[in-house]
Design a protein around this ligand. Structure first.
Ligand code: NAD
Ligand code: UDX
Length: 486
C-alpha cells in the first residue's frame, strides 16, 4: 500500500517538526498538519521564518523547502482527515488535573476527541498512527471508538512513538537512533506497518526501523523516558553527596561514564530536569503500576520525581542560605528560563520552581533568556499560582517581583546574585569581569548547569557555586541540608 496523503492532528513541538521532515524527505506525499489553535497555524504559515511557533535549530530550513510544495498547515481538520490515507495523532497528553488519576494519569481527552472526529469524517479505510505518548493499551481504546464509526470503514491502528529531544529535533529526526513501529500481528496490521516503514525508509536504513507488537511499542516510549530521567535523578542525588564530601560530580560522572556498560550520556548534574515529557510520562508510569496493583514498582519510579523536586528546591535553598538567609528585596538574575538550551519551550522548566521559591522569600527575579518572551515567563508563573489557588491580588503582587530583559547585561546590572538556569552557549562567552564590576558585592554566582569556568570566575572575585562541586559555603551546608530535608 502506497501512502499519498498524510494528515497530522496537532501542530505542536512534535507534529510540526516531524511532519516537516517527512514532507521534506517524501516529496511525493502530501502532508497536511492541522490544529484547532488558529494562532499556532498562522504562525506555522508565517512568511518570516523567525516567527515559527517552535524554535528548533534547522527547522526553518526544512519548512522553507517543503512548505507550499507538499507541506501544508491548516485549521480545516475535517478536510484533512477526509483526504488522508494515513493520520498521525500528535496532540498533547498532559497529566490530568481533575478527577480520577488527578496529578498522575495522562489526560487522554484530546486523543479521544481526535478518534471520534476521525470516525465521524472518514469515508474510506485509513491507517491511524499514535504519535503522542500514550499509556500502554490506548490503541485498544482508539480501535473501539473507531470501530463504531457508522461509516463502515476499516481502521488499522499503529503505535509510532516519537523519541526526538527538543533543541536537537531536526538532527534527531534526520538520523534517529531508531524509529519504533508497533502494529497488530494480523495481515492487515503487517501491511499497515509496512506502509509506515516505507515512509521512514526514504531516509533511514532498515536497521534504524524497529517493528514490534503495538503494546511493546506503547510501553517502550514511557520506559525510555523513565530510564533517561532516572539517570539524571541518580547523578543529581550524588551531586548532593558531592557537595557534602568535596567530591566533584562532573569528575564522578566522567569516571563512571567510561564504563561501557554505564555510558557517558545523560549524566550531567543540573538544577533538575524539566520539559513536557519526563515528569508527565513517569507519573503516568507510576499511575499504571498502581492501577495494575504493583505498588513497589510504582514507588520505585516515583522516586525519580521526588528527587527532581528536591534538586530544584535545594538549588533555591542554597541561594537563600548563601545570601545570608534571606533574599527579600534582593535582585537575583536568572540567565535562562527555557527547560534546556536551543528551545523556546518552558514547560516544567526548573526555572519556574526555583523562581517560585525565591519569590516566596521576597526576591526580585530579573530574567534574561535569548528565546523566551516576557509574556511566556509571566504566563508560566501565573499558571502555577492559579493552579495553587492563589488569589488574583496575591498573584498580581507576585508577578510584580518579576522583570524580564532583552539583554543579559541589563538583567545583571546591580544584581546581588546571578543564577544559570539554562545552559545556553552564549552565557559562556560573556565578559564576566565587567558583569562582576556592575554587581553588588559580594557578587554571587550559582551555576545550575556547571557550564562556566569556576576558576576564572573565582579569580575575578565571584562567590561561585555549581551543582555537586565543593563550594565557598561548604561550612553552611550542614544548615542547608537540615533545612532541605522535608
Ligand atoms: P503541544 O502541546 O506542543 O502540541 C499539541 C497540539 O495539539 C496543540 O497545538 C493543540 O492545540 C493540538 N490539538 C489538541 N487537540 C487537537 C485536536 N482535537 N485536533 C487538532 N489539534 C489538536 O504538544 P507536543 O509537545 O507536540 O506533544 C505532543 C505529544 O507528543 C504528547 O503526547 C507528548 O508527550 C509527545 N512527545 C513530545 C515530545 C516533545 O519533545 N515535546 C517528544 C516526544 C513525544
Ligand atoms: C526527552 C527525551 O530525551 C526524548 O527522547 C523524548 O522524546 C522527549 O523527552 P526533551 O525533554 O526534549 O526530550 O529533552 P532532554 O534532552 O531529554 O532533556 C530533558 C531535561 O533533562 C532538560 O531539562 C535537560 O536540561 C535535563 N538534563 C538532560 C539534565 O539535567 N542532565 C542530562 O544529563 C540530560
Amino acid at each position: 500500500m502506497k501512502i499519498k496523503n498524510i494528515c497530522c492532528l496537532g501542530a505542536g513541538y512534535v507534529g510540526g517538526p516531524t511532519m516537516s521532515v517527512i514532507a521534506l524527505k517524501c516529496p511525493e506525499i502530501k502532508v497536511t498538519v492541522v490544529d484547532l489553535n488558529r494562532d499556532r497555524i498562522s504562525a506555522w504559515n508565517e512568511e518570516n521564518l523567525d516567527k515559527l511557533p517552535v524554535y528548533e535549530p534547522g527547522l526553518a530550513d526544512v519548512v522553507r523547502e517543503a512548505r507550499g510544495r507538499n507541506l501544508f498547515f491548516s485549521t480545516d481538520v475535517d478536510a484533512a482527515i477526509e483526504a488522508a490515507d494515513m493520520i498521525f495523532i500528535a496532540v498533547n497528553t498532559p497529566t490530568k488535573t481533575y478527577g480520577e488519576g488527578k496529578g498522575m494519569a495522562a489526560d487522554l481527552k484530546f486523543v479521544e476527541l481526535c478518534a471520534r472526529q476521525i470516525a465521524r469524517i472518514a469515508k474510506n479505510d485509513k491507517i491511524i498512527v499514535e504519535k503522542s505518548t500514550l499509556p500502554v493499551r490506548t490503541a485498544q481504546t482508539l480501535q473501539t471508538i473507531l470501530d463504531h464509526t457508522g461509516n463502515g470503514v476499516k481502521f488499522e491502528v499503529l503505535s509510532n512513538p516519537e523519541f526526538l529531544a527538543e533543541g536537537t529535533a531536526i538532527e534527531d529526526l534526520f538520523n534517529a537512533d531508531r524509529v519504533l513501529i508497533g502494529g497488530n500481528q494480523t495481515e492487515s496490521g503487517q501491511k499497515a506497518i509496512q506502509a509506515l516503514v516505507d515512509i521512514y525508509a526514504h531516509w533511514l536504513s532498515p536497521k534504524q526501523i524497529l517493528t514490534t507488537n503495538v503494546w511493546s511499542s506503547e510501553l517502550s516510549k514511557l520506559t525510555a523516558n523513565a530510564f533517561l530521567a532516572q539517570r539524571i535523578s541518580s547523578i543529581n542525588a550524588l551531586s548532593a553527596l558531592c557537595e557534602a564530601t568535596e567530591a566533584d560530580v562532573d569528575e564522578v560522572a566522567a569516571a563512571i561514564g567510561t564504563d561501557s556498560r554505564i555510558g557517558s550520556k545523560f549524566l550531567k548534574a543540573s538544577v533538575g530536569f524539566g520539559g513536557s515529557c519526563f515528569q508527565k510520562d513517569i507519573l503516568n508510569l507510576v499511575y499504571l503500576c498502581r492501577y495494575f496493583n504493583l505498588p513497589e514498582a510504582a514507588n520505585y519510579w516515583e522516586q525519580i520525581i521526588i528527587l527532581n523536586d528536591y534538586q530544584k528546591y535545594r538549588f533555591a535553598k542554597n541561594i537563600i542560605c548563601s545570601l545570608f538567609n534571606t533574599v527579600s528585596g534582593k535582585k537575583i538574575t536568572f540567565l535562562g528560563w527555557a527547560f534546556k538550551k536551543d528551545t523556546n519551550d518552558t514547560r516544567e522548566s526548573a526555572a519556574i520552581y526555583v523562581a517560585e521559591h525565591l519569590i516566596e522569600d521576597g526576591a526580585e527575579i530579573h530574567v534574561y533568556d535569548p528565546k523566551v518572551s516576557e509574556e511566556k515567563i509571566k504566563a508560566d508563573m501565573l499558571c502555577l499560582w492559579e493552579l495553587k489557588g492563589l488569589s488574583e491580588e496575591k498573584i498580581k503582587s507576585k508577578l510584580n517581583q518579576i522583570s524580564v530583559y532583552k539583554t543579559a547585561i541589563d538583567a545583571l546590572n546591580q544584581a546581588h546574585a546571578a543564577a544559570i538556569l539554562t545552559e545556553w552557549d552564549e552565557f559562556k562567552t560573556y565578559d564576566w569581569e565587567s558583569i562582576y564590576n556592575n554587581m553588588y558585592k559580594p557578587a554571587f554566582l550559582f551555576d545550575g548547569r556547571n557550564i562556566l569556568d569556576f576558576k576564572k570566575l573565582d579569580a575575578i572575585g565571584f562567590q561561585v557555586k555549581g551543582i555537586g562541586k565543593n563550594s565557598f559555603f561548604n561550612d553552611k551546608l550542614k544548615l542547608v541540608n537540615e533545612l532541605v530535608i522535608r
